[in-house]
Ligand binder design. Sequence first.
Ligand code: ATP
Ligand code: MG
Length: 259
Amino acid sequence: MGIQVTNLAKIFDSNQGQVQALAEVSFAVTSQEFVSIVGPSGCGKSTLLRILAGLIEPSRGKFAIDVESGNHRPQNAMVFQGQGLFPWMNLLDNVGFGMKMRGARPAEIKSEVMGILSQFGLEKFHAHFPHELSGGMRQRAALARAFLADPDVLLMDEPFGALDAQSRLLLQQELLRIWQANRKTILFVTHDIEEAILLSDRIIIMSGRPGRIIEDINIPLKRPRNLVEPEEHELIGELKGKIWNMLESEVKSSMEESL
Ligand SMILES: Nc1ncnc2c1ncn2[C@@H]1O[C@H](COP(=O)(O)OP(=O)(O)OP(=O)(O)O)[C@@H](O)[C@H]1O
Ligand SMILES: [Mg+2]
């Protein structure tokens, strides 16, 4: 099994009063499935991922992340919206942080981190601090860290949001390659409908705040997929139209609310 979410709700208490971020949300992601979540800004997507990553508690409901992981403890890795690198650590320490926490030796950490940094074209920057890197490089570093952790479940919060189009395409291809080779369970938040269609097995569509699931649609595109020149154009176009029809009024009303 991958992820099971049952009647999850989240209400935040803030100085301005209570904000209900998530209404009752229930869904399941089976092991090795690639599922995307799309929904208007503020509908609780990051909140949902933060709950699943164990960073915050839900107000109601429950969830289970259950991995058949032999003798190592279940772990899930989160790629944070806005990278989430530690500003006081250089890239080597940032990317190797998880290994260090698990008690790996410095020499081992260095060789693993340099290996993954070179896959992401970042090895020359291992001694740089996050503020010395471009936004795209920081995002690649956050991905390198998640991949190095080699989790069974990857929770990805708009991991390609801040990238230029070429880097984005490259990393989408890399993600699909890694997923196909290692068959991880992926829950992927994006604002980009086309990205969701091209990458996923299923797309969960959420309403405006408080976020509910309004649709859960299957993406019947063949794999492996060519992201540069996708086949099945007509089907992709149809899916895009269908998803946008469901989202449009939700996005409009959440924009009006925030004006
Ligand atoms: N720690 C917090 N305290 C109070 N309110 C919060 C907190 N975190 C999130 N919220 C509120 O919960 C709602 C959902 O936020 P969340 O970040 O989950 O949305 P999102 O769907 O990820 O949006 P975006 O697409 O813009 O990233 C928002 O109204 C936000 O202001
Ligand atoms: Mg978010």
